[in-house]
Design a protein around this ligand. Structure first.
Ligand code: R5P
Length: 289
């Protein structure tokens, strides 16, 4: 029998998961001091523990709180499963430029060192980054759930477009659910300046077709906006933005809508007004793997 602890950043999702598991749910109690340090309390628990805490912004605070929760849970239980629905820092998975710290490796080591026995995350940005864990990791997928959500819309001959080439297999999986086709854009980012560009390579006639742009995350929205500008030139129909992790920093939501995007659809790995797709069942299934 598990007890599910809802960390400060994922209490609703943790509660939903506990309900599916028919388990006890315990919210972590958090107080943040004026200097930003946090005091977290969880009651003494018997049996196996599942911690759910996402590491969206403020990423560092949410990470520290996750480490603290694992460390305390380990005092109570020999099995501590940590679910980090959005696991931050995975983009830094190799030393791209000399001297850059491979942050994902540091995070992986820290989670294991705090006492986690297993990790579950959703649509991790990088398999390389997950390779730094020396404890079992499950990378669950929200693609099917995201795609099913779009069945409610009356789409005109939809085309699924991966904003990044590395998501082409996921775009294909998404398209299969909607019985349609997919393509991937060739987006390139300058490693020094961060400047983005799309290398033109359009082989399909998009005229009038509705587009669903898919990606693992939307952060500043710059990738989605760039893709939208490019696709609009091909006279496509409505454009929707869809991702697992809606970081949507600063005014990106507004900027994306200003670009003419019809809707932004995300999951509740990061709770916000666009997180309309619940992944508690995806986590539930991952626990039985
Ligand atoms: C890139 O590697 C990722 O898959 C996303 O495309 C990217 O992180 C989105 O970031 P932004 O919204 O800032 O362009």
């Amino acid at each position: 029998m598990y007890t599910v602890i809802g960390g400060p950043s994922s209490q609703n999702l943790a509660k939903k998961l506990a309900k599916r598991l028919d388990s006890n749910y315990v919210p972590a109690n958090i107080q943040v001091f004026p200097d930003g340090e946090s005091k977290i309390t969880i009651p003494k628990i018997k049996g196996k523990i599942i911690i759910v805490n996402s590491t969206f912004p403020p990423v560092d605070s949410n990470l520290i709180q996750t480490f603290c929760l694992i460390s305390q849970a380990k005092k109570y239980a020999s099995e501590v499963i940590v679910i980090v629905p959005y696991l931050g820092y995975l983009r830094q998975d190799v030393e791209f430029l000399p001297g850059e710290i491979v942050t994902s490796a540091v995070i992986a080591k820290s989670i294991a060192a705090c006492g986690a026995t297993r990790v579950i995350t959703v649509d991790a940005h990088s398999e390389i980054a997950l390779g730094y864990f020396d404890i079992p990791v499950i990378n669950a997928s929200a693609i099917t759930k995201l795609a099913l959500y779009f069945k409610r819309f009356n789409l005109n001959d939809p085309l699924i477009v991966a904003v990044d080439f590395f998501w082409s297999a996921n775009a294909k999986k998404f398209a299969d659910v909607l019985s349609t086709d997919s393509i991937a854009l060739n987006k390139q980012r300058d490693k020094k300046t961060g400047h983005l560009k799309i290398i033109p390579s359009m082989s399909k006639n998009l005229k009038g077709r509705d587009i669903i742009l898919v990606d693992d995350m939307i952060s500043t929205g710059n990738s989605i906006i760039l893709a939208t500008k490019y696709l609009k030139k091909q006279n496509c129909g409505n454009i929707y933005a869809c991702c697992t992790h809606g970081l949507l920093v600063k005014d990106s939501d507004k900027r994306i809508h200003q670009e003419g995007i019809k809707d932004i659809i995300c999951t509740n790995t990061i709770p916000n007004k666009n997180s309309v797709v619940d992944v508690s069942d995806v986590l539930f299934s991952a626990l039985s793997l």
